[in-house]
Design a protein around this ligand. Structure first.
Ligand SMILES: Cc1cc2nc3c(=O)[nH]c(=O)nc-3n(C[C@H](O)[C@H](O)[C@H](O)COP(=O)(O)O)c2cc1C
Length: 228
C-alpha cells in the first residue's frame, strides 16, 4: 500500500516482469540423425496426427536462382538421409534436375510442462533420385487415394475438375471390381536428401532458444552451438 498526501490509500503498482531465460539443450549426440530421431519419435508419440511429425518444407531452386518451397511428407528416415516422394513432372523435380541441392525444414510444435515446446530442424545438402527397388515398399504402402492420385493427376498442370473426378471414379470402380492393380506410374519418383548441414533449434515457453549446428566433413559430423 502507498499512503498518499491527503490520506488516500492507493494500491502499489508493481512493474510487470515478463518471463525470460536462456534455454539449454542438455544432451547433444555426436550424430545429428540420432537427435532428429529422438525429436521425430517424440513428436510422433505425442500427437495423433501423422502429419505433425512428418510434414516438412522443401526448398529448391532453379539454375537461375529462383527459389520455391512447398510442404512434403517424409516417407522414410535413413541413417544418411531423408526420403521424399513426388511427381517428376513437377516444378520441384524440374528444379532438382537443374540444381540437385535442397533444404528441408521440419517444425515440431508440442508442449512441455504446460508450456509450448518449439523445435525446428533444418537439413541442407545434395539430392539424389532413388532407384525403385530402394523404395518400392514405400509405394506399396501408399493409401488408395494416393495411388489413384498418381494416375489421375499431372502435378501442376491445369485441370478440369469434373474430368478429374470422372477419371478418379472410373479407376475406383475398377479397383472395387478387382479388375486392375494400381502399379506405380513411371513419373512417381523418390528422392533422398543427403545433408551436409543439420541444425536444431529448441525452446520452451518464453526463453531464448538454444541452437546447435552440425556440419559434415566426409563421414564425420562436427557440431557447434550458435546464437538464436
Ligand atoms: C501436408 C501436405 C503434404 C504434402 N505431401 C506431398 C508429398 O509427399 N509429395 C508431393 O509431391 N506433394 C505433396 N504435397 C503437395 C505439395 O505441397 C505441392 O503442392 C506439390 O508437390 C507441387 O509442388 P511443386 O509445384 O512445387 O513441384 C503436400 C501438401 C501438403 C499440404
Amino acid at each position: 500500500m502507498v499512503r498518499q498526501a491527503r490520506g488516500i490509500v492507493a494500491a502499489e503498482v508493481k512493474p510487470v516482469v515478463e518471463e525470460t531465460g536462456v534455454h539449454h539443450m542438455d544432451h547433444i549426440p555426436r550424430n545429428p540423425f540420432e537427435l532428429f530421431k529422438s525429436w521425430h519419435t517424440h513428436q510422433s508419440n505425442t500427437t495423433t496426427n501423422n502429419l505433425a511429425a512428418n510434414a516438412l518444407c522443401l526448398s529448391t531452386s532453379s539454375k537461375d536462382g529462383n527459389v520455391s518451397s512447398r510442404t512434403l511428407i517424409l516417407r522414410r528416415l535413413d541413417e544418411d538421409g531423408f526420403v521424399i516422394m513426388t511427381d517428376n513432372r513437377s516444378k520441384k523435380s524440374k528444379q532438382l534436375e537443374e540444381n540437385p541441392k535442397a533444404a528441408m525444414t521440419f517444425l515440431f510444435i508440442n508442449e512441455a510442462d504446460g508450456l509450448p515446446l518449439s523445435r525446428q530442424v533444418r537439413a541442407e545438402g545434395d539430392v539424389k533420385q532413388l532407384a525403385y527397388n530402394e523404395w518400392s515398399d514405400i509405394y506399396e504402402k501408399e493409401p488408395l487415394f494416393c495411388k489413384i492420385r498418381a494416375l489421375v493427376c499431372h502435378q501442376g498442370q491445369p485441370v478440369d475438375w469434373q474430368k478429374l473426378k470422372d477419371h478418379h471414379d472410373s479407376i475406383l470402380a475398377d479397383v472395387q471390381q478387382g479388375s486392375i492393380k494400381l502399379e506405380k506410374p513411371d513419373h512417381v519418383v523418390a528422392y533422398k536428401l543427403f545433408p551436409k548441414m543439420m541444425e536444431f533449434y529448441e525452446t520452451v515457453g518464453s526463453k531464448i532458444a538454444d541452437r546447435v549446428m552440425f556440419l559434415r566433413d566426409g563421414e564425420i559430423w562436427e557440431s557447434k552451438r550458435i546464437a538464436a
